[in-house]
Design a protein around this ligand. Sequence first.
Ligand code: BTN
Length: 338
Amino acid sequence: MDEKILKLLRERSPDFLSGEEMSQRLKVSRAAIWKRVRGLRSLGYEIEASTRSGYRLVRSPDLLTPAEVKPLLKTKWLGKTIHYFESLDSTNSTAYQLAMEGAREGDLVIAEGQTRGRGRLGREWFSPPFLNLYLSVILRPKIPLQQASLITLMAAVATSGAIERFSGLRPSIKWPNDILMSSRKVAGLLNEVRSETDRIHFVILGIGVNLNVDRREMPHEVQKMATSLKEEMGQTVSRKAFLQSLLSELEKGYTLFLKEGGEAILKTWRERARIEGKEVRVTSFGETLVGRAVGVDPYGALILKTRGGERKRVVAGDVQYRIKQAPNNKRQIRDKFQ
Ligand code: BTN
């Protein structure tokens, strides 16, 4: 009902729409309309009411409800069904459940906040309500299982593309899928796959983007390494406008990947990551490797030449770049990575 009322008000905006016309078109009483208008106001909608002229939508809040998001979407299939929640433990967990129950490709799970947002490698994802973006997309790609991680790389390219289009600033990607601005993390991706032997049932693509959170509001350990788009741009960001941009980039990237394969994605990923030749330290499954990054292979795995001259292929883990030290700083004898 709320969605229908808002649609009518938007169609008539900036003019008034009479209560009489609304009740006829929605086939409900005028009292029922008035009750919902009060409900919408409590959600942050500014709706002017006049006994003579009816109702007029003055301003909408920056919520991620289907009523707010759908009119903005420019996608063909992504986000046509939105499962919206004010709070969830994790959008990935809910999306996984929905996919198990048959949810379709392109269905979207969005929450205003998460109580147990999940990051990579069992970490927590800081998810304060109404400030950032937490979403999971259900995908059902018909690709071999070993290509599944290319979907995360595709999403990293799409997310950094959306940030760039939106802010005019150029984020970089840190392998495998951290999105950085000013060397701090602004967005992260968590890809979860359900498959049997070689057949993918579905992929849950979880994306978290720090949009309006202040760095000083972040927990201490997060603050050191994270930033938000607001911090970088120096102004508050419209979450729904950013979401629109992100979903368009994702749909474009995924379609390109299915049509032309991983190389099309990897080309842009490499331009954004510029990892080739960098001195890195990689922690993967409890092992720490130090060496020079050779690049990523066609499946998105990191290829590393260790200091001992060994060539290693890393499929999951954390990368730190070696910080260049001033040549005259002879006292610093240990390698520094960040
Ligand atoms: C990372 O560690 O970099 C990945 C972070 C992924 C966070 C997003 S927020 C939406 C989705 N739901 C989750 O629980 N995690 C992902």
